[in-house]
Structures are given as structure tokens and as C-alpha cells.
Design a protein around this ligand. Structure first.
Ligand code: C2O
Length: 341
């Protein structure tokens, strides 16, 4: 059977990597609404963060949305604090599976892509609501192309709402991202690094993605132990980018280096926007298909929407981004498609 939506009244402490715990439980609401696909309006177009450096109008909206989100009271489910806690509770053992002691864990399994797609969907809608612009789209950190292989500059201005102080100070732009980063910086010239990164992308997306299990991750149904195994992109480079971005001087590599704190950094959502884009590329350009098992399709999650309604969603409604009202800018180059080693 599929994993059903968590019961918020059963939420308990979440675990931090250092062994301590943190309360990440969401506000409790009695009424739960079942998600309905929105009516088709204009599509929200998610663009590359690097391209937005030159778009002051868009940038002003984005900064305003995050500033407003940060300014909401901490118990408003749309606040930055609560948005970060969504990740914490779904990822660090905050929820038990229905009728069981086993925890719900959305990583290291086939729920990785759909859970994060839904999470960003609501985050994006909340931003649009706060600035009164339903066409507002979350940018993506296009770390898969050379132009995006550093922290996008729009996130590094300390006076901006997009800034987060807990990042690795040695990894500020133009320091090149290492998609295979394991915790230490090695001495590789930039041209070599770019080549390695593109090879990694080709392997993870194409040559090593020959099955649903390899691309999406291992099956995870009700009654299963958590973390049966991650898909390619989740393992590399998704995890490496978290580690590369977080501050190594914090106990748990906060913010980006730990599940419980990653969502406190606005960059997290653009990182995941590109992860989500990889899922779209897999299906639109590489001939990838959806998993057809109902244990995947009928897995449920709960999120608060832009009107503070608590909404129950299923994986099956996340499969087509157009139905959710957004697409990725298809003019952004995808050089790794040609990077067969
Ligand atoms: Cu839910 Cu990038 O992790």
C-alpha cells in the first residue's frame, strides 16, 4: 500500500545530525482539502537564477516575496520559518507512518522527486500570493551548466532578503562548484572541473539512468523501513551541493548541509528547482517515463497552500508540471547532453 499523508497531531521531535532534536511540527488544522489541479492560466516560467542578475524588475519581486515571507509571524504556515520546518519534519523523523512506529522519510527513495516538486509548488504559490502576482516563478540554480556552476550572485548580497549567513565562505562566487564535493576542496583548474561536472551530469542523467530504480530511487511503501536507496541525482550531485554550500564551521553544516536547516536558506529552493528541472528533462528530452505503480502514484503528502488551507496531494498529480501551471525556460543550454565521456 502507498504511504498515506502524515497525521499532524502525531508529529514529534525531529532529529538533528548532532544527536539533539528540534521541534519542527506545523500548526494543526482540522479541515483538510483534497488538491485539485488548477484551471489553466498563463504558465509560470522558471528561469535560471544567473539570467535574473540582469532583470531588476523580476529581482525586485523575488526579494520582496522573500522579505514578506520572512516577516510573517513564525506560526503562519507560509512564513519562512514554517517553510523550513516542512523540510525538517518530513526529513528528520517528525512523522510516523499511519498506525506504525516507522518514520516517514522522503529522501533516499522514490519519493524524492515528487515530494520536493510539491513542496516547491506551494512555496512558489505562496510567494506569488504575498506579492499579488500569480505568475511569479521560482528561479533555478542551473548548476548543470558552466554558467551556473557557482552560487548565483543574486543570493550573495548581504543586504538582500535572499542572503543567508550560514554558507561556506570559501565557496562564494566565482568559486566553481564541484558536483562531486565530498567535504574537502581539491586543486583542480576550472576547465578540468567544468569537464568533470559535465561528465557527472551525463552519467547521472543518461548512462547510469537505465531504470526507474536508478533514476527515481528505490520503492518505498507503507510498512517499509525508511531510506531503501536514493536515485542517481539525489545521491550526486544533489547531496554534494548541499554539503558544498553549507557552512563547515557550524555543528551540522548549517544551513544547507543538514535537512533540518536547509530550508532556511532561500538558495535551497532554487537548488531544488534545478533538481526538479532534471526530472522534467528526463521526461521531455531523454524519453524517461513515470513509474506506474500505485504505491508510488497514490502516496500522499500534506502542505499548507497560499491561503493557509491544509491540502492533501498525491504523487500522481505532480507528474506534469504544465498541469501544475509551470514550465522551465527551455532556452537555457544543457551542455551535458553532449558530454558523453
Ligand atoms: Cu529534501 Cu535537497 O533535500
Amino acid at each position: 500500500a502507498p504511504i498515506s499523508a502524515p497525521d499532524f497531531t502525531e508529529c514529534g521531535p525531529s532529529d538533528k545530525p548532532d544527536g539533539s532534536t528540534i521541534d519542527c511540527c506545523p500548526p494543526i488544522t482540522k479541515t483538510i482539502i483534497d488538491f485539485k489541479l488548477p484551471d489553466r492560466g498563463p504558465l509560470r516560467i522558471r528561469r535560471a537564477a544567473q539570467d535574473l542578475e540582469k532583470d531588476p524588475v523580476y529581482l525586485a519581486k523575488y526579494k520582496k516575496a522573500i522579505a514578506l515571507m520572512r516577516a510573517l509571524p513564525d506560526d503562519d504556515p507560509r512564513s519562512m520559518a514554517q517553510q523550513a520546518m516542512v523540510h525538517c519534519s518530513y526529513c528528520d523523523g517528525g512523522y510516523p507512518q499511519a498506525g506504525s512506529d516507522l518514520e516517514i522519510q522522503v529522501h533516499f527513495c522514490w519519493l524524492f522527486y515528487p515530494f520536493h516538486r510539491w513542496y516547491l509548488y506551494f512555496y512558489e504559490k505562496i510567494m506569488g500570493e504575498l506579492i499579488g502576482d500569480p505568475t511569479f516563478a521560482l528561479p533555478f540554480w542551473n548548476w548543470d551548466a558552466p554558467a551556473g556552476m557557482y552560487i548565483p550572485k543574486i543570493f550573495t548580497d548581504p543586504t538582500s532578503s535572499l542572503y543567508d549567513q550560514y554558507r561556506n565562505s570559501a565557496h562564494q562566487p566565482p568559486k566553481l562548484l564541484d558536483l562531486n564535493y565530498g567535504g574537502t576542496d581539491d586543486d583542480v583548474d576550472d576547465a578540468t572541473r567544468v569537464k568533470e561536472n559535465l561528465t557527472t551530469m551525463y552519467q547521472q542523467m543518461v548512462s547510469k539512468a537505465s531504470s526507474h530504480r536508478l533514476f527515481y530511487g528505490e520503492p518505498y511503501s507503507a510498512g517499509d523501513d525508511p531510506s531503501p536507496g536514493a536515485g542517481n541525482i539525489e545521491s550526486i550531485p544533489h547531496n554534494n551541493i548541499h554539503l558544498w554550500t553549507g557552512d563547515p564551521n557550524q555543528t551540522n553544516g548549517e544551513d544547507m548541509g543538514a535537512f533540518y536547516s536547509a530550508g532556511r536558506d532561500p538558495l535551497f529552493y532554487s537548488h531544488h528547482s534545478n533538481v526538479d528541472r532534471m526530472w522534467s528533462i528526463y521526461k521531455d528530452l531523454l524519453g524517461g517515463t513515470d513509474i506506474d505503480k500505485t504505491d508510488w502514484l497514490d502516496t500522499e503528502f500534506l502542505f499548507y497552500d497560499e491561503k493557509k488551507n491544509l491540502v492533501r496531494v498525491k504523487v500522481r498529480d505532480s507528474l506534469d508540471t504544465r498541469k501544475l501551471g509551470y514550465v522551465y525556460d527551455n532556452k537555457v543550454p544543457i551542455p551535458w547532453l553532449e558530454a558523453k565521456p
